[in-house]
Design a protein around this ligand. Structure first.
Ligand SMILES: Cc1ncc(COP(=O)(O)O)c(C=O)c1O
Length: 397
């Protein structure tokens, strides 16, 4: 198979997302081929041995690698500016592998407390079961990260912007603290998108995605990605993935490869729509709180300007009157659908306190900024005027 000569980092992201990583078979197909195969046959016993010894380049078995999955990994690595990338079956498989693989019993992990519910589960409940202690800190407080470090601290984990509150953490500052302490920093970059935030360039060691979100972007496939240096990925992470088995389906990888071609177009349009919707929401005087990355009044606008190059496709806002008022509003929406997914072409809305963050006590939710009136709105590719009309009738109804 021939590889497209697109390793050059001088190419623009839009170009890399169309061409990078493409492997062409002897048939010279235009579009990336879907290799829906569990494994590969060898020409000889010697070749099989060579594949297992890594002395013969090529594919072996789908749990380890697959040509279509490899194309997705190489395209994403080129886009992100990472030395290596590994794909996983879901975003949570990526988060779990990135956090679990580098640690051992007796190690300590520090994470920001404002996290997606499942990410917080992995840090708070899962790690301690295997003898890895964890500490949650206010991620916006740099002194708290510093104070939490112990001699056995091995890894930091954060999301920025956080799900669902859009709280922002200064990634470069936390990365500097991590570096000084010899700690691995893992950043979940789902809310920022790979188009608008580059955690590796800001000093993070690993970046993880739920590819289910903007990368698929059209509500079809689950997937996850882990990106970072060859040294980190090819050591513990690759071994963890190969031996425990959360491989991405080649079919899902193929869907995502095609999705990457349109990623910048989709995200820019969704972010533009979100900007119009957020402005309209902010102008209403009846909403106690509207959070949007791109709002010049965002309390962390100065950090955002330093580390992000575009706005979010998400808006978090508070409906006055708590859960009952939030439910009345959600149930009146006609175009915007109630769903816990995000980053989709369809605009989706969710009440985090009773869904994604349901398992936490009201006190823990409050510490994460998740109140009973809070809703999280993911803006899609519809016309912004139609979204605003739907929100207006639901808020005024
Ligand atoms: C910030 C964040 N990380 C990880 C995940 C998990 O992704 P997946 O649902 O693909 O496992 C999500 C899902 O909503 C998320 O919002």
């Amino acid at each position: 198979m021939a590889n497209d000569a697109t390793g050059a980092t001088a190419l623009h992201p839009e170009t890399l997302l169309v061409h990078a990583g493409t492997l062409r078979s002897q048939y010279g197909e235009t579009s990336e081929a879907l290799f829906l195969t569990q494994g590969h046959v060898y020409d000889s016993a010697e070749q099989a041995e060579g594949r297992f010894l890594n002395t013969d380049p090529g594919f072996q078995y789908g749990r380890l690698s697959n040509p279509t999955v490899a194309m997705l990994e190489q395209r994403m690595a080129a886009f992100e500016g990472a030395e290596a990338c590994r794909a996983t079956a879901t975003g949570m498989a990526a988060v779990t592998a990135a956090v679990m693989a580098p640690v051992r019993a007796g190690d300590h992990v520090v994470a920001a407390r404002a996290l997606f519910g499942s990410c917080r589960y992995v840090i708070e409940d899962h790690l301690p079961r295997y003898g890895v202690e964890s500490t949650l800190v206010d991620g916006t407080d740099l002194a708290a990260w510093r104070a939490a470090i112990k001699p056995n601290t091995k890894l930091f984990f954060l999301e920025s912007p956080a799900n669902p509150t859009l709280e922002v953490i200064d990634i470069a500052a936390v990365a500097a603290i991590a570096k000084e302490a010899g700690v691995i920093l893992v950043v979940d970059n789902v809310f920022a998108t790979p188009l608008y935030q580059r955690p590796l360039a800001l000093g993070a060691d690993l970046v993880v995605y739920s590819a289910t979100k903007h990368i698929d972007g059209q509500g079809r496939c689950l997937g996850g990605l882990i990106l970072g240096s060859k040294a980190l990925i090819e050591a513990d992470i690759q071994t963890y993935l190969r031996q425990t088995g959360p491989a991405l389906s080649p079919f899902n990888a193929w869907v995502m490869l095609k999705s990457l071609e349109t990623l910048p177009l989709r995200i820019r349009q969704q972010a533009q729509n979100a900007t119009a919707v957020a402005r309209w929401l902010k102008d209403r005087k009846d909403l106690p709180h509207v959070a949007f990355i791109g709002d010049p009044d965002h309390p962390q606008a100065e950090i955002i300007a330093r580390q992000m190059s575009g706005p979010s496709t998400l808006i978090a806002f508070e409906v006055a009157g708590g859960k009952d008022a939030a439910y009345r509003f959600l149930n009146r929406l006609k175009l915007i659908r109630i769903s816990n997914n995000l980053g989709d072409a369809k605009s989706l809305i969710v009440h985090p306190a009773t869904t994604t963050h349901q398992r936490f006590t009201p006190e823990v939710r409050a510490s994460m900024g998740v109140g009973d009136g809070l809703v999280r709105l993911s803006i899609g590719l519809e016309h912004a005027d139609d979204l605003i009309a739907d929100l207006r009738q639901a808020l005024d109804g």
